[in-house]
Design a binder for this molecule. Structure first.
Ligand code: FES
Length: 173
């Protein structure tokens, strides 16, 4: 399906209008989809671009991608839910990715995550009301020797203890 038809179809199916600013973002997404020759094999790269443009993978954006690539929406959501770097909810400026893989878990990841929850006043999977932080638990981050590990943006915080959480949060405020 052409991107224009996909966008029209998405708008009519989800029942809301797309503003001029959003149209520009859909245009950018369309360029990315064209760059990958509308290949369903490039779904992950296209979803990355979509998340970069819109901040998270909203239902209308997922619908647009699925229709443009002629894929079932359920298949696209299957890929989104498989990879922890995709999000279907708005994220804060900083996403705290707390590893809950085996090595991190046995070395105390759970109390560290609880300390983040307490410090930020949110539960895992939520975003602070000021939009600054999102807290997400993920699988192995590939740094098991430094467990427990948390990533914030490009920064890796290793061998964490609950007592060190407040200091880390302050670095980003
Ligand atoms: S289990 Fe946490 S980095 Fe591997």
């Amino acid at each position: 399906m052409s991107s224009i038809k996909a966008l029209e179809s998405t708008i009519s199916r989800l029942g809301h209008q797309v503003g001029p600013g959003e149209k520009v973002m859909f245009d950018q997404l369309e360029i990315a989809i064209g760059y990958y020759n509308r290949s369903p094999e490039a779904l992950i790269q296209i979803l990355h671009r979509a998340q970069e443009l819109f901040g998270y993978l909203r239902p209308d954006v997922v619908d647009f991608v699925a229709q443009t690539l002629t894929l079932p929406v359920s298949q696209v959501y299957g890929v989104i839910s498989f990879y922890s770097f995709f999000s279907t909810i708005p994220r804060g400026k900083y996403t705290i990715m707390a590893c809950m893989g085996t090595a991190c878990y046995v070395r105390g990841a759970e109390p560290v995550v609880q300390a983040f929850e307490k410090e930020l006043g949110i539960q895992r999977g939520q975003t602070t009301t000021d939009g600054l932080f999102s807290l997400k638990c993920v699988r192995c981050l590939g740094a098991c020797g430094m467990a427990p590990v948390v990533m914030i943006g490009e920064d890796v915080h290793s061998k964490l203890k609950p007592a060190g959480v407040k200091k880390i949060v302050r670095q980003y405020t």
